[in-house]
Ligand binder design. Sequence first.
Ligand code: EPU
Length: 422
Amino acid sequence: MEKFLIKGPTSKGVRGSLECSGAKNSALPLMASSILFDGSVILKNIPFVNDVKTMSALLTALGSKVETFEKKKIIKITNKSKHKLIVEYKLISTMRAGVLAMGALLGKYNKCSTAMSGGCSLGDRGINFHLDGFKKLNCKYNLRNGYINIIAKNGIKGNIFKFPKVSVTGTSNLIMASVLANGTTVILKNVAREPEVIDLIKFLKSGGAQINFIGKRTIKINGVKKLKGCTHEVIGDRIEAFSYLCTAAITKGKIKIDKINPKYLHTELQVLKKIGCNLKIKNSSIEIDVKKKLKPTKIITGPFPKFATDNMPPLMAVLTKADGKSEIHETIFSNRFQAASELKRMGASINIKRNKATIIGQDKLYGAECISSDLRTTFSIILGAIAASGISKVARVYHGFRGYYNLDKKLKKIGIDIKKVS
Ligand code: EPU
């Protein structure tokens, strides 16, 4: 298994510029939703990370023709014949987004059997909201041998549904299941407004779907007969962008991130400013310049536009070097502080009590052997390692390759001493 060897500290700070890749959490639902279209869809600015490759394999196994052009960052997906309606375990055991095939297959064929999906183990990650939603749309389901079998014998019928709380893939799944339904669906409460969900809506609308926000967290979907093929450009990855901004925050560096809409990071950028980072924000780029020791802060994660839970592990690493006591309150997942035990190996002071972390900034961290346990934890550990003195060995970095495109290459480009070894 591949490991990273990182030599720290990056004493003069990271330097240079990086182009933000397309958002993984946008590309995956867009790809899954291709099942709903007649003809071909072309998706531009695709990040060819491992989850995207898994989603390509999933769609191919279901019968889509998937053509990839990695250098051009393009995927073309063509639906020629009827898809298979079974999503096997081996295709989604490593990827939570596999659950998105459900909404698309139901939307198109009123039926599917899907293995329970995997992905980052961030605590209990049910799909009860998705299933309750499908039930409202006239579906019945059962769970047998690890597969969820769902059917709408008389077709998907529009209805009114309320999410008990905001769910990102839940919202995407319900939208996909409803776009070709008979009648109108209203998701009355707790619709996710993450930029990636808005990107999915935009894509489906380009194909002819009728989806409109009729309240802040309420949408109305009028079922249409079919969606026609179209071309769409995936938005920039706000989580990747923030992760790299953190490399400058923790090393007192100066870098520019291009191809990112700063509006997707409004809350996070306010936090970076508050702790003492200088930011130059333009229409599609963010430049960060850090000269002084950072100040501590308090943050609370939440659904967009609040501070993203995915951006919390990188910020936690940054705060291990701030001047004083910081507090993080995680409200989305029950097990999202897995980077803490690894950062503590480097000498960080982090105390976790249930969903709250207290961090006392330290002057020095020391390189250590660490194990990554999920995607964002990988980046958090890398941040610790680039600020620490000496060599850190980071195992199980395959988690990082699921969602960060060209991870080690991009880190090298901004001056980090990193080697991938087996
Ligand atoms: N929840 C339920 N039941 C459900 C659905 C959700 O209890 O049926 C709970 C979850 O356990 C969690 C909360 O609701 O406590 C929100 O979960 P959500 O459904 O929004 O998460 P998700 O859709 O599974 C997506 C991203 C995650 C990101 C979260 C939160 C994708 C593929 N995944 O997950 O991304 O953390 O939204 O923003 O879009 C990552 O990229 O590292 C990642 C984990």
